[in-house]
Write a protein that binds this ligand. Structure first.
Ligand code: NAP
Length: 339
């Protein structure tokens, strides 16, 4: 297949505006050709602002446009499966934002749908491409950590009630577990594989939302390592923190799980008495992920982040929700503003 590939974005919201459209401009072999919105004027505004030629308020009309070969799905989580499957059936390649769908069975149907029609399906787990996370994966693969014993991830931000669909369980499927969990799990599962046991507490520490505002997750992995994740809508922290401990060393990273402006990384090997801080290159992880998917379509190779990986992530999220409900979780104890 020859480039450049024509891309269209479905859903004129924040991630489309601030991340995806600007990042697509940096892909030499990609061209942003259209936006699709529920509101034609908004699609036109986005198209004008980001240099796309066409605007649609109807997905089926967009899908009849041969100039759009790849569709980026940037809508609420509950719409991902249905829109992705429609795009695939129309012969388009699809890059869907995380989480891949609402649950693992939805993810399975999306993957099967792509296989059936022979089109590429990718999922935006862009933090995999962050230079610090790339360093971590290589550092471990090169044997610098010995046997991995434990992994800790923390991600969060302060999420006041702004009426966003993220606070509606029907549209989001959950709070920070669905929103932030995919990024942390995408890295954790690459490090230690699938967990064989999960415990979780989903709480409302501050906000009276219908979704949890805080998740505390413990995992045990097949190789014996343990892991934990703290995912929060009521933490004044942004960027995420990752701590990995092995028999021969450790790595601490501050800022590689969310698109933080600053990122710091420290390593310590068994022969060192203090942690050593290493420089981290800055990069637009969205642009790297978009470039990778674009190239995967053009060269007919699998993308770095495969949809099967997103299915694994979704399976763990389903397990987290099941584990949380089986523990008699007190809900609605938040002290903040009521919805
Ligand atoms: N990879 C990442 O790091 C990252 C970062 C942020 C978000 N995301 C993901 O990207 C997706 C979109 O998130 P966002 O932050 O861009 O959300 P957003 O700002 O609320 O935008 C979502 C857009 O979806 C469209 N939409 C269609 N039906 C809707 C409905 N019933 N309610 C609300 N919006 C509806 C709307 O566009 P129209 O009005 O034009 O139809 C809306 O602007 C989510 O799946 C989210 O998890 C990923």
């Amino acid at each position: 297949m020859n480039g450049p590939l024509g891309w269209a974005i479905v859903g004129c919201g924040r991630v489309a505006d601030r991340r995806i459209a600007p990042a697509l401009r940096t892909c030499a072999d990609a061209r942003l050709v259209a936006f699709c919105s529920r509101d034609l004027q908004r699609a036109r505004d986005y198209a004008d602002r980001h240099g796309a030629e066409r605007a649609y308020d109807d997905l089926d009309r967009l899908l009849r446009d041969d100039a759009a070969q790849v569709i980026y799905i940037a809508t609420p989580n509950a719409l991902h499966r249905e829109q992705t499957c429609r795009c695939l059936e129309a012969g388009k390649h699809v890059l869907v934002d995380k989480p891949i769908g609402m649950n693992a069975p939805e993810a399975r149907r999306m993957i099967d749908g792509a296989q059936r029609v022979g089109r590429r399906l990718g999922v935006m787990h862009q933090q995999r491409f962050h230079p610090a996370n790339q360093f971590l994966l290589k550092w471990i693969a090169d044997g610098n950590m010995g046997e991995l014993l434990s992994v800790r991830a923390q991600m969060g931000f302060w999420h006041p009630d702004n009426g966003n669909w993220r606070l509606s369980p029907a549209l989001s499927g959950g709070g920070p577990v669905m929103d932030l969990g995919p990024h942390a799990l995408d890295i954790i599962l690459r490090l230690v594989g699938m967990p064989r046991g999960v415990e979780a507490r989903l709480r409302n520490l501050h906000f009276h939302y219908a979704v949890e505002d805080h998740a505390d997750v413990r995992m045990e992995f097949a190789g014996g390592a343990i892991g934990s994740m703290e995912l929060s809508y009521c933490a004044h922290h942004y960027g995420g923190r990752l701590e990995v401990f092995g028999t021969r060393g450790s790595v601490l990273i501050d800022g590689s799980l969310q698109q933080s402006q600053a990122c710091r990384l420290w390593t310590r090997r068994e022969d060192q008495s203090v942690h050593e801080e290493l420089p981290v290159a800055s990069a637009d992880a969205y642009a790297l992920a978009l470039n990778d998917f674009n190239d995967a379509v053009l060269t007919r190779r699998p993308p770095v982040v495969q949809a099967e990986t997103a299915l694994q992530v979704m399976t763990v999220i389903d397990d987290i929700k099941t584990a949380a409900t089986s523990r008699e979780t007190p809900r609605g104890t938040g002290r903040g503003r009521a919805r």
